[in-house]
Design a protein around this ligand. Structure first.
Ligand code: CO
Length: 365
């Protein structure tokens, strides 16, 4: 169903930014506005919204029923068949809506080759629409927050479940499969990304995804996973130990945990995103591990697992109530080991609402 208030918000953003219209290809933006699940293929589909409030859709015949069902009877939909191709629709739409010379903001779902074809027919001034679509989805309503919280709860239960399964002799792949199984069993509708299970020396690679290694005694294992619940994502990381960790590992774990905890405590509306990063970075740097903190502190999350706001040095964006993001400072020592503890939070007035609450104490298996 088309959400009229979200559509109005998009129109307001277009007006505020002085842009004549926008075009969205298959993407979370379309899912957010119309509930049509994104998936992209070679057949062009586009949702056009103009700053005067008018809107239309260009759609291949194959998807017409789905699009008509979501947008309603009054919607203006241009349909094209495989035999005709899409170009005629570009020409008609341009004439009907006088698009020549207008500024049109493009979202990430539009393929470059479609844009090249379209620009032959619609002589618009095409601009990068990232800032527009980030603003559209960046602040979550109370209703969205509930879905994010539930996605987080499913991930937390999955962590508590999977640690019972981890022991020397099982492979990273088997652990990843167990995580997938539990996420779905506990109510997730799909994965928000492929789980990361990085054990032993692989733990120093933040986005390790090879999965071949077998767990051994004295391993550190970084687990990073999440699911989607009613369209909204979770994403959490925990670091666990097989057998007693070394003194250095205990020290590094304590630093990572303190960096995550203090960064979450710093979250409130009115401060810049980079200030949250600074809290975590100062702690890790002061302890002498600054050079091993190679990632940003966090990323926004919602319908997409990575979206605005990005919690990193140089991002002056002011945090507002409803913005959701990860807090995941880490220490990655090449060839040795790595660790991180990651929670999703939402800015809620002068504090953070935390969507992950699984055990953060040192788990020794
Ligand atoms: Co993350």
């Amino acid at each position: 169903m088309l959400d009229k208030s979200r559509l109005n918000k998009l129109v307001d953003i277009l007006i505020e930014k002085n842009v004549d219209g926008c075009l969205m290809g298959p993407s979370h933006d379309v899912e957010y506005l119309a509930g049509i699940k994104p998936f992209s293929d070679e057949r062009f589909r586009g949702f056009y919204v103009l700053s005067d409030g008018r809107w239309f859709f260009i759609c291949p015949e194959l998807y017409y029923e789905e699009v008509r069902g979501a947008l309603g009877e009054e919607a203006h939909i241009y349909v094209w068949s495989d035999g005709e191709g899409v170009l005629g629709c570009f020409e008609k739409a341009k004439a009907d809506y006088s698009l020549d010379g207008k500024s049109l903001a493009i979202n990430e779902g539009v393929r470059a080759i479609d844009l090249i074809d379209m620009s032959e027919y619609m002589k618009c001034r095409y601009i990068n629409g990232d800032a527009i679509f980030e603003e559209l989805r960046i602040k979550k309503s109370e209703e969205e927050a509930k879905l994010m919280a539930e996605a987080g709860r499913i991930a937390d239960r999955t962590f508590e479940g999977v640690i019972k399964f981890i022991k020397p002799g099982v492979s990273e792949k088997e652990i990843a499969n167990k995580i997938k199984e539990l996420l779905i069993e506990f109510g997730g509708e799909e994965l928000s990304f492929e789980p990361i299970v990085a054990s032993g020396p692989n733990s120093s690679k933040p986005h390790y995804n090879d999965d071949k290694r077998i767990i051994e005694e004295q391993d550190i294992i970084v687990l990073d996973f999440g699911c989607r619940y009613k369209g909204y994502c979770s994403d959490t990381s925990r670091t666990v130990f097989v057998g007693e960790p070394t003194e250095e590992q205990k020290k590094v774990y304590e630093i990572c945990l303190r960096a995550t905890t203090e960064a979450k405590k710093a979250v409130r509306e009115g401060i810049a995103a980079e200030e949250v990063d600074k809290v975590a970075r100062d702690i890790i740097t002061k302890e002498g591990y600054g050079q091993y903190f190679i990632n940003r502190t966090g990323h926004g999350i919602g319908m997409a697992v990575h979206e605005a706001p990005y919690i990193k040095h140089g991002n002056k964006q002011i945090l507002e109530t409803g913005m959701c993001f990860s807090v995941e400072p880490g220490i990655y020592i090449p060839g040795k080991f790595g660790m991180r503890i990651e929670d999703i939070v939402m800015v809620d007035g002068d504090k953070a609402r935390v969507f992950n609450n699984s055990n953060r104490d040192m788990v020794i298996l």
